[in-house]
Design a binder for this molecule. Structure first.
Ligand code: AMP
Length: 432
């Protein structure tokens, strides 16, 4: 299929051509015609599948086909779970709509509300928002959502994970009853099903193959190593193989910071990206990473979601995620667009259960490697991650998911602290 088969108007075709896209991705090929017909939609698609264009292109087309009854009112509302994703969707709306007259705006928390109020006063057609800030703006009567024709819920599963369900329900009560609804979700749980039933009317379902779950493009490696030695091993791997662009995942913000500080200390340009960082710091870290001045981006799962980074050669699970699904999201960051990629997981004894859960999910047993000089110490016993070294990470249902484990008093809880101690002292400190 070609983009020209999708019956998009000239300004959109031109924008797509400028992006260098030759053919629609599977989710685009399925979603665009149905959205253009005005159908509600449930789309099972992850970041990297081209889902943003899958809803943005037909949305712009629909806007261009009708004249609004009241000009300068929000006609499309796109909700995203994170600021990063909101900013990236806004960027895509601008890119694809560059030859169209629509005004778009993005609002999210963590930055001043007043410039956003001023911007909204001028009138926007398309609003991209995170739920909390959207409701703040509604509360301040800075926003009129009575003219919304299309409502897009992007990464709905993440929204629920992050505890936004009440906010979503409140937003829905504000929107006009007659509207087109599009819901995108990478996973399909009972909660998502309930949400769909309450939002979508006679929806078309679009399902694209899970990206990379069984992709031969991603080589999955598991290296068994003691927790205390993971930082040193990672530093060595980066230096030895001269890796230039690596996305590294940790379970907590605190660990992301500590690891990035450690890497900097040994002379590897690194930056951490997570929810406690200011928006400008996150934007800068991402820009530096894309430009190559930062080689290692250390991220929590939430912060990494929706990051628009193409075809990374290496993804490292410094710590395995406590939700097996996140492993699939993480490794999907590599091996994209026909490029080969490598996903390396550093697994310590505490994480064996996580590894088993991942293997069950992907229906595959992963080969365990041991690297010379980093052999796991057989005398070390597993400790529960929630209370022990791995830091807090079990509570994924609150907004605090992935928060710093600063409250965790375990002395051996940070990668750097653990790495800085001689090996035998690690053992001694472990008796409880
Ligand atoms: P998304 O899933 O929306 O995060 O998109 C992932 C990446 O795919 C983005 O960098 C897009 O620019 C790119 N992309 C979207 N549609 C296409 C297409 N039809 N052909 C090639 N790349 C695309």
């Amino acid at each position: 299929m070609l983009f020209s088969d999708l019956k998009l108007s000239q300004p959109l075709q031109k924008a797509v051509e400028l992006q260098g896209y030759t053919a629609p991705t599977p989710v685009q090929a399925q979603a665009i015609p149905a959205i253009l017909e005005g159908r509600d939609m449930l789309a099972g698609a992850q970041t990297g599948t081209g889902k943003t264009a899958a809803f943005t292109l037909p949305m712009l087309e629909i806007l261009s086909r009708t004249r609004p009854k009241t000009p300068h009112k929000v006609r499309v509302l796109i909700l995203t779970p994170t600021r990063e994703l909101a900013a990236q969707v806004a960027e895509s709306v601008k890119t694809y709509g560059q030859f169209m007259p629509f005004k778009s705006a993005v609002v999210f928390g963590g930055v001043g509300i007043h410039p956003q109020i001023a911007m909204l006063k001028k009138g926007v057609d398309i609003l991209i928002a995170t739920p909390g800030r959207l409701l703040d703006l509604v509360g301040q009567e800075a926003l009129d959502l009575r003219h919304v024709e299309m409502f897009v819920l992007d990464e709905a599963d993440r929204m629920l994970d992050m505890g936004f369900i009440k906010d979503i329900r409140r937003v829905i009560t504000i929107l006009p009853a007659k509207r087109q609804n599009l819901l995108f979700s990478a996973t399909y749980s009972d909660e998502i099903k309930t949400l769909c039933e309450s939002i979508l009317r006679n929806p078309v379902t679009v399902e694209v193959a899970r990206r990379n779950t069984s992709s031969e493009l991603v080589e999955q490696r598991v290296i068994m190593v003691d927790c205390a030695r993971k930082s040193a091993l990672l530093g060595e791997l980066i230096q030895k193989h001269k890796w230039e662009q690596v996305l590294v995942f940790t379970r907590t913000k605190h660990h992301a910071n500590k690891l990035s500080e450690y890497l900097e200390k040994i002379g590897i340009k690194a930056a951490a990206i997570h929810g406690n960082k200011s928006q400008s710091a996150r934007t800068k870290a991402l820009a530096d990473f894309k430009a190559g001045s930062v080689k290692i981006l250390v991220a929590t799962d939430i912060a990494a979601r929706g990051l628009d980074i193409d075809a990374l050669p290496h993804v490292v699970n410094f710590e395995l995620p406590n939700i097996a699904e996140d492993y699939v999201h993480r490794i999907g960051r590599t091996g994209r667009a026909g490029n080969k990629g490598e996903a390396i997981s550093l697994v310590c004894i505490d994480e064996h259960d996580y590894l088993a859960g991942i293997e069950r999910l992907i229906h595959r047993k992963l080969n365990r490697e041991i690297l010379a000089g980093y052999e796991p110490d057989p005398t070390i016993k597993a400790e529960p991650i929630q209370q022990g070294r791995g830091g807090k990470g079990g509570n994924r249902s609150s907004r605090d998911r992935g928060q710093s484990n600063a409250g965790n008093k375990s002395h051996a809880s940070t990668p750097q602290q653990r790495d800085n101690r001689p090996r035998n002292s690690v053992q001694k400190s472990r008796g409880r």
